[in-house]
Design a protein around this ligand. Structure first.
Ligand code: S3P
Length: 429
């Protein structure tokens, strides 16, 4: 396979970039546009491969979506306006597309088949299919509905009272989308707080949802109305540049328009705890989501312990936090993060395996990893393993390696950040 050669840089990064739209919110903007009544416009949409998979699935379900780069117009006809697709619904690499879509289709009285790529075929779906079956949907798939391809015939849903066995925003969101179509009130309890974009968007689209601590209540039969959505920048994408700025000597970077939803901002707490020179310069709201700019300067970092309820608030940032930890003095321990094993790749194995190839001192544990710093990274041949966040983490690592890095399968990065290398190169002085 052709690899990308990343030359040693060993300099500082400087300048300003606008962080592209949030992936989680972009998916949801298409879904809510489709299931509400009227025309929804979306600005700063993320045209990454994952979100394009969501658009393509909804088009197959009969929704008209006009797409112009980062701007969308979605002609919603409500849940009832969705129609049976003669073709399979291909979710590509996207766990959010398949799991949330299952929640919507669970209430639709027609048949759909969902499938995706090799990575999706390995990811557990039972966490969504089981509770949706309890609500009354008929679902089958490999290993008793546990893996793709999945066939679903929905309709006539009962409400559910459910305590989530894992802290997962995808599962919570699938159940909320099904509950909106059920006869009566559903109650969902989370073991730890996870990203709440779905709850915020239900309100943005005129729906009613209540939350008390970790318990969420939602009534079925609500009609949602179209709304305009401005998608904030993705803090999970910003995380790569926050780390780059902190570890590359002589850097000063400004990251504009970053979503600062507290259910997503765990990385800011960790960086502060590690001693990073980080500033949040403005805060405003866009479509019920807090947004601000971040300034990061090269920093002297120290090791830390990351565990417990903060894990869902930074789950997607753990690969890049592991790199950050290689540049911190002392030991960094990451625990309670077994969910990493069922992401786009087994991220405990891929992070530890690939960073070791670059000379990092890092070891895997049952539910996380331990990193010893500070280490001068070397260089070598590494792979994204088809996982966008592993690809970007390795590209950022190459900035501080003393030898060349050869990155295989860098194309995966377009899943969430098509302009990644353009932005990175624009910051090199
Ligand atoms: C997401 C939820 C998280 C996250 C994923 C996006 C979402 O997954 O890792 O990248 O948009 O709801 P889980 O719900 O499986 O934790």
């Amino acid at each position: 396979m052709e690899s990308l050669t990343l030359k040693p840089f060993n300099g500082g990064l400087a300048g300003e970039i606008g962080i592209p739209g949030d992936k989680s919110i972009s998916h949801r903007s298409v879904m809510f546009g489709a299931i509400s009544h009227g025309v929804t416009t979306v600005t700063n949409f993320l045209p990454g491969d994952d979100c394009l998979s969501t658009i393509s699935c909804f088009r197959k379900l009969g929704v008209i979506i006009e797409e112009n780069g980062q701007n969308l117009r979605i002609f919603g006809k409500g849940f009832e306006g969705l129609t049976e697709s003669a073709e399979f619904l291909d979710v590509g690499n996207s766990g959010t597309t398949i799991r949330l879509l299952m929640g919507i289709l669970a209430g639709r009285p027609f048949y759909s088949v969902l499938h995706g790529d090799e990575s999706i075929a390995k990811r557990p779906m039972i966490r969504v299919t089981d509770p949706l079956k309890t609500m009354g949907a008929s679902i089958d798939g490999r290993k008793e509905g546990g893996f793709t391809p999945l066939g679903i015939r929905g309709g006539n849903l009962n409400p559910i009272h459910y305590k989530l066995p894992v802290a997962s925003a995808q599962v919570k969101s699938a159940l909320l989308l099904a509950a909106l179509q059920a006869k009566g009130e559903s109650v969902i309890v989370e073991p730890a707080e996870t990203r709440d974009h779905t709850e915020r968007m239900i309100q943005q689209f005129g729906g009613n949802i209540q939350r008390e601590n970790r318990m969420i209540k939602i009534k079925g039969g609500q009609t949602l109305k179209a709304s305009d959505v401005h998608v904030p920048g993705d803090i999970s994408s910003a995380a790569f540049f926050l780390t780059a700025g902190a570890v590359a000597d002589g850097s000063e970077l400004t990251l504009k328009n970053v979503g600062l939803n507290p259910t997503r901002s765990g990385i800011l707490d960790v960086m502060e705890d590690m001693g990073a020179t980080l500033e949040v310069i403005t805060e405003k709201e866009a479509s019920r989501e807090p947004v601000g700019d971040l300034i990061i300067r090269s920093s002297r970092l120290r090791g830390t312990v990351i565990e417990g309820d903060i894990i869902p608030r930074l789950i997607d940032e753990i690969p890049i936090i592991a790199l950050l930890a290689t540049q911190a003095e002392g030991k960094t321990v990451i625990k309670d993060a077994a969910e990493l094993k069922v992401k786009e790749t087994n991220r405990i194995d891929t992070v530890v395996g690939e960073l070791r190839k670059l000379g990092a001192r890092i070891e895997a544990t049952e539910d996380g990893m331990i990193v010893y710093g500070k280490t001068q990274l070397t260089g070598g041949r590494v792979s994204s393993h088809g996982d966008h966040r592993i690809g970007m983490m390795l590209a950022i690592a190459s900035l501080i390696c003393k030898d060349e890095v050869y990155l295989e399968n860098h194309q995966a990065i377009s899943v969430s950040y098509p302009q990644f290398f353009e932005h990175l190169n624009s910051l090199k002085r």
